[in-house]
Design a protein around this ligand. Structure first.
Ligand code: MSP
Length: 506
């Protein structure tokens, strides 16, 4: 059986979730659900990165100890995030988990035993925002360009990882696996970074107690990025008590990440894995940034809605639809609340919602709710839809998969217009033709609902229920003639009711 293990980055907890975090989580969930539909053995991991030094500062400011601080924010804001976007995760990792801490220690002990760690003095500029050392030429006016703050001078005795020794093994890996990093331009970016030469880096920090202690030198803690990357492996050792999932899912892992953390995932992580004696991941997919502008929705009330408020206004499925639709996965995307609203009305309410309403209403009205199989060739090619969507999702093309489905939705709408069932209903001589049209519409919509289920997990079963079809979402069921003969179809209420933006938010 095919195995599909997918991860999101583990999020920093010093702030609260925003649309960018929801974006990655939704994308990974769409892929997981899709592979489940194909009958694969899937595992979906997300979680939080808690040992950042900024947490110590934020905790101090609030008069809390760091663990109290992260406990509060994780349980209040971060653990609920997957459920808020209907992401069906298999495990939520916290890097403060005992199982993770123990595994990190074993992992770096292995790297040391393999001879890839040495002691040296580190002196350099460190940006707390990036949690990374910066060279002078990376700074703009002495400040980190990403965080606008001046890095701090740090000089300490550290444990170093011999990254330089992994330049050739990494180049070999990239040559052997041209699809290791996707999309291709990100592969080139990572490979050329490696080809320019790699410098050893410090994998410990001295003089701060917040983190995982270095097992052979407990005065130091593991560098937060090393601690964080290891989560993808550590989770498998304790997510299911009594079971070691590494045998099952490693190295069948796909990491979904944003473009800002490419080096950590495409260079440091595979090197650390090789150093510890593990296979590198199967694939890293690097996506762009999704920016959604805030919008003042009512001048008199002074309300401003944040992009995550869209979940409450439009519902979860429309937000999932939007983030998958708005931009090619991998590219940056600019979005706006107006655009969300426009697509909600045009594509979800009109194209899809109306099609379901009309189809069920006509079956109820002309055939008393009974759906009968009828001859005649189908107006859409469901076999092709099944293959197209799977192919595009295998290539990480989330927007392409959705477009393939939408082209069938549009074809079905055109079919309603061109076959004009309301005319056929006027003449008994057209009874067989009417049966064909109604069956084709119900059958096409059944296939569409199954194809859409990973994107719209709430709406798809509603469509199947409205047509009184089985909720079985198996991928092979996207095929002509899948709709069963049923009775009792009633005119469905709108799937995507009108949303009056200001009123909803007020
Ligand atoms: N803790 C590290 C990741 C460690 S993984 C071993 C981290 N956390 S983060 O919370 O700052 O960012 C997590 C992810 O969110 C990154 O992949 C980042 O690119 C992504 N995004 C943050 N803002 C984003 C958008 N506006 N749009 C899309 N993704 C963006 O980095």
């Amino acid at each position: 059986m095919n195995r599909f293990y997918i991860t999101t980055p583990i999020y920093y907890v010093n702030s609260t979730p925003h649309i960018g975090h929801a974006y990655t989580t939704i994308a990974a969930d769409i892929l997981t659900r899709h592979h489940e539909q194909r009958g694969e053995d899937t595992f979906f991991l997300t979680g939080v990165d808690e040992h950042a030094s900024k947490n110590v500062r934020s905790a101090e400011e609030q008069g809390l100890d760091p663990k109290e601080f992260v406990d509060r924010i994780v349980e209040q804001h971060w653990r609920p995030l997957p459920a808020r976007v209907h992401a069906d995760v298999d495990f939520f990792i916290r890097t403060t988990d005992e199982g993770h801490r123990r595994f990190v220690q074993d992992f770096i002990e292995r790297i040391r035993e393999n001879g890839h760690i040495y002691e040296d003095v580190y002196a350099g500029l460190y940006c707390v925002g990036c949690e990374a050392f910066k060279s002078a030429d990376e700074l703009v006016d002495g400040k980190c360009p990403d965080h606008g703050i001046e890095p701090e001078w740090i000089e300490e005795k550290n444990w170093f990882f011999r990254l330089s020794a992994f330049q050739q093994p990494l180049l070999d890996l990239y040559d052997r696996r041209p699809d290791f990093v996707q999309p291709r331009f990100r592969y080139n970016e990572a490979r050329s970074f490696i080809a320019h030469g790699l410098q050893d880096f410090s994998l410990s920090r001295a003089g701060q107690p917040w983190g995982v202690p270095i097992p052979w030198d407990p005065d130091q803690v593991v560098y937060v990025w090393v601690d964080a990357l290891i989560n993808y492996l550590s989770a498998l050792t304790y997510a299911r008590p009594g079971e070691d999932l590494r045998d099952r899912y490693w190295p069948e892992v796909r990491h979904v990440i944003g473009k800002d953390i490419l080096r950590f995932h495409c260079v440091f992580w595979p090197a650390l894995l090789l150093a510890a004696g593990y296979e590198p991941p199967k694939q890293v997919f690097v996506h762009g940034y999704l920016q959604i502008g805030e919008r003042k929705i009512s001048k008199s009330l002074g309300n401003v809605i944040s992009p995550l408020d869209l979940l409450a206004i439009y519902g979860v499925d429309p937000v999932r639809f939007y983030v998958a639709r708005v931009t090619t996965f991998g590219q940056d995307g600019n979005a706006s609340v107006e655009d969300v609203h426009e697509r909600y009305e045009r594509e979800l309410a009109n194209d899809l919602g109306n099609l379901v309403s009309r189809t069920t209403a006509m079956i109820a009205r002309y055939r008393d709710g009974t759906l009968k199989r009828a001859g005649g060739s189908p107006p859409v090619d469901l076999e092709r839809l099944r293959e197209d969507v799977a192919e595009r999702l295998d290539a990480w093309d989330l927007s392409g998969g959705l477009e393939a489905i939408w082209s069938v939705v549009r074809d079905l709408n055109r079919y309603v217009e061109s076959s004009a069932p309301w005319q056929l209903a006027k003449d008994d001589a057209d009874a067989a033709a009417l049966d064909t049209v109604l069956y084709n519409l119900a059958d096409g919509l059944t296939g569409v609902a199954i194809a859409l289920a990973s994107y719209l997990p709430e709406t798809a079963p509603q469509i199947l229920d409205a047509l009184r079809q089985s909720r079985d979402l198996s991928w092979s069921r996207i095929a002509p003639g899948v709709a069963d003969e049923v009775e009792g179809i009633a005119a469905a209420s709108p799937l995507f009711p009108r949303v009056d933006l200001p009123a909803a938010a007020a």
